[in-house]
Design a protein around this ligand. Structure first.
Ligand SMILES: Nc1nc2c(ncn2[C@@H]2O[C@@H]3COP(=O)(O)O[C@H]4[C@@H](O)[C@H](n5cnc6c(=O)[nH]c(N)nc65)O[C@@H]4COP(=O)(O)O[C@H]3[C@H]2O)c(=O)[nH]1
Length: 655
């Protein structure tokens, strides 16, 4: 741009220079024309004066004053005038006019001829030489008079003629300077124009790329939430005009987090890309497949007519496609999905509402055991909204100090002594009150928040146990539940070790609880994780034992030290033979594998008696105590120090 401005400045300067030059030349020409007119008239006058002096000298009554010297003088003056034409730049210019040169030459010839005649002149009446001289000068006199008049009348024309005669160099620069700078300006202007056009083009393509990026998901190149909403709105308008129907399918991959955590994010990303491809293959052209967050996809299936079978077919096709194994990282990966469907116009007539309802239906599919397809039902929405709100609040629960641990005493059944506690999480929700873990732990697992929350639980529980000990309580065993996601963390043992070091809690006093299902999900991984934890000296317990499918052969592979008999068996052990049988076999299985057995959910003295009779080692339950807040727990342990809880509940044990 600055080059264009510079060229413009040069061009303006050149124009100014030319304008000034032409102006000067014009003034000069005007001056010269004046001078030339004057010279021509003066020549005419000199001729005329010479002829007057001649007439007077040779007249009828010659004047006394008129002498031959005077005639000669006027003649000399005329000769001098003629000479003047050949001197000075201005007169040379005058001579450049052909008619002037002709007149001057004619005068020179006449004067040459007149000169000898003057010598013979006599002051007599009309000396014949007079007529001769007059005749010789006749043409010159007329032509100088006419030339003078011509110059006077055609001053403009003469000006132009004169201007043409200006020096070549000068006129060259007058024309060349603006011409060159003007051309330069033009060239630069076009270059600038071309550059600006190229720039505009590249800006346009850049802004197009940016607009595409803003509307599409970076990983899968599918439309993102913003574009989905735009298309959904357009689809509503079109379908409304045609009085048709269309479907919104909300799809969430089941346990995608586990894939990410166990196989790494690169594999997770690849899986999402492959899922995107398969989904696109399931729908028709004109339908939309969008990725709206991590593992959530939305499909807009247009023009489904009145038959619900169409949408069921599409949903089944999607589910079947996703059930086919994915070849990833040299492994065969099996993925299932939960799909929720809402229909326009039945389940909503606004884009957001259709999405929320499809999401609610998806969540209901997930809650019903995943890997299923649910259509939207009106009652789903309240649950979905509540879940969304709870999920939002959970993100701040930890930093706002709303999470608390309650502790439930663990009792040695043979002595009735409290030997430890189980840490149980609670959420002191600002508006909903104290929430039990079942109400929010699944959400924390879905969002991955369970990782920081789990670490907080472990640290708090260990620190509390150390603090109680320093207050004079015996050092209690601390049982802490591990979530599935925590259990899949490759660096779990390091994290546990770091907490033990930081809190000063002895490893052998910590018991980590994990469920059978967690252990069985990926046996090799679980063996490695449990071994790493065991090497720290930490105790390991299998929670809810009996509800899963852990076979004896598998159980032997894990270095666990304790089985926790699920409370459902404990509670039914007196009423159902099968429950009693399971309880008995779990206890004897534990004994044969040298594992300790802890019975959960002991509520009645009868249940306690049954368990003791079959040699169960430990127990917990409302019979002894409900889970207690920290301060209550401290008082409870202090109050029962040395006491036999089993005796207190009147079992008739020896004191
Ligand atoms: N009906 C009945 N119930 C009894 C009795 N004695 C204890 N319980 C309840 O049984 C549950 C025992 O915990 P769990 O099997 O590990 O089951 C736990 C555990 O899986 C999970 N959870 C609790 N705290 C945590 C935690 O800190 N981290 C993780 N990852 N999960 C936790 O939530 C589950 C439920 O915890 P809670 O609601 O605290 O429920 C507790 C406890 O209050 C009884 O006599 N009768």
């Amino acid at each position: 741009m600055w080059r264009l401005l510079l060229a413009l400045a040069v061009f303006i300067a050149a124009l100014y220079f030319s304008y000034r030059e032409i102006g000067q030349a014009n003034s000069l020409a005007t001056l010269r024309v004046g001078h030339h007119t004057h010279t021509l008239f003066r020549t005419y006058e000199d001729v005329q004066r010479f002829l007057y002096s001649l007439r007077d000298y040779t007249g009828d009554e010659p004047l006394d004053t008129q002498s031959l010297e005077s005639v000669q003088l006027h003649f000399e003056l005329l000769v001098s005038r003629l000479r003047v034409f050949h001197e000075g730049e201005a007169n040379r210019e005058l001579l450049a006019f052909a008619e002037v040169r002709a007149a001057v030459d004619r005068l020179a010839v006449a004067l040459d001829r007149i000169e000898p005649l003057i010598a013979d002149l006599a002051p007599e009446r009309r000396d014949p030489h007079y007529a001769q001289i007059r005749a010789l000068l006749h043409d010159s006199r007329i032509s100088f008079l006419q030339l003078g008049k011509q110059f006077l009348l055609n001053a403009q024309l003469r000006n132009e003629q004169l201007l043409k005669q200006l020096s070549h160099m000068q006129s060259f620069w007058v024309i060349a300077a603006p011409a060159v700078s003007g051309s330069l300006l033009l060239v630069l202007f076009f270059l600038q124009l071309r550059q600006s056009m190229a720039l505009a083009k590249s800006l346009e393509s850049q802004s197009r790329a940016l607009a595409h990026m803003a509307a599409h998901d970076f990983l899968t190149a599918l439309p993102n939430r913003a574009l989905l909403l735009e298309r959904l709105t357009r689809m509503i308008e079109q379908t409304q005009r045609a009085s048709g129907r269309f479907a919104v399918m909300f799809l969430d991959l089941d346990r995608f987090k586990a894939v990410n955590d166990s196989l790494g994010h690169a594999v997770g990303d690849e899986l999402l890309k492959m899922v995107a491809e398969r989904l696109c293959a399931c729908v028709r052209e004109g339908d939309t497949v969008a990725r709206i967050s991590g593992d959530e996809f939305v499909l807009l299936v247009g023009d489904i007519g009145d038959d619900d079978a169409v949408i069921n077919t599409v949903a089944e096709r999607v589910a079947t496609q996703l059930r086919r194994p994915f070849q990833l990282a040299g492994e065969e990966l099996l993925v299932t999905s939960s799909i929720g469907i809402s229909l326009y116009p039945a389940h909503g007539q606004q884009a957001e509402l259709l999405l929320v309802n499809a999401d609610a239906a998806m969540y209901s599919a997930k809650a019903s055991g995943r890997n299923s397809i649910h259509g939207y039902l009106a009652e789903m929405n309240a649950g979905s909204v509540a879940r969304l709100e709870l999920n939002r609040d959970l993100h701040f629960a930890l930093e706002r100090g709303q999470l608390v641990l309650h502790y439930q005493p663990l009792v040695q059944l043979s002595t009735g002594q409290i030997f430890g506690v189980e840490a149980l999480l609670r959420w002191q929700h600002p508006s909903r009150g104290l929430l039990a873990p079942d109400e929010f732990i699944p959400l924390a697992e879905e969002s991955g928040l369970i990782i920081p929350i789990g670490e907080w639980i472990l640290r708090t529980a260990c620190a509390d146990a150390v603090a109680w000990h320093s207050q004079g309580l015996p050092l209690l065993k601390m049982a802490v539940n591990l979530s599935a996601l925590q259990f899949q963390q490759p660096e779990l043992a390091e994290r546990v070790d770091a907490v033990l070091v930081a809190t000063g809690f002895p490893a052998e006093m910590l018991v980590l609880e994990m469920t059978e299902t967690q252990l069985m999900r990926n046996v090799d991984l679980a063996v490695a994780a449990t071994q790493a934890l065991r090497e720290l000296g930490v105790g390991l317990a299998v929670d809810d034992f009996g509800t899963g499918y852990c076979s004896l052969s598998y159980l032997q592979r894990f270095p666990v030290s304790k089985l926790k008999l699920d409370r459902s068996f404990v509670q039914d052990s007196l009423s159902k033979c099968s429950a009693a049988a399971i309880s008995r076999s779990v206890i004897s299985l534990g004994k044969s594998l040298s594992l300790k057995i802890l019975a959960e959910g002991i509520e009645t003295p009868e249940q306690l008696a049954f368990l003791r009779a079959h040699g169960c080692d430990y127990g917990q339950g409302y019979l002894f105590s409900r889970p207690l807040a920290q301060a209550e727990l401290v008082s409870f342990v202090q109050a029962n120090r040395g006491a036999r809880l089993t005796k207190k509940v009147n079992l008739g044990l020896p004191s």
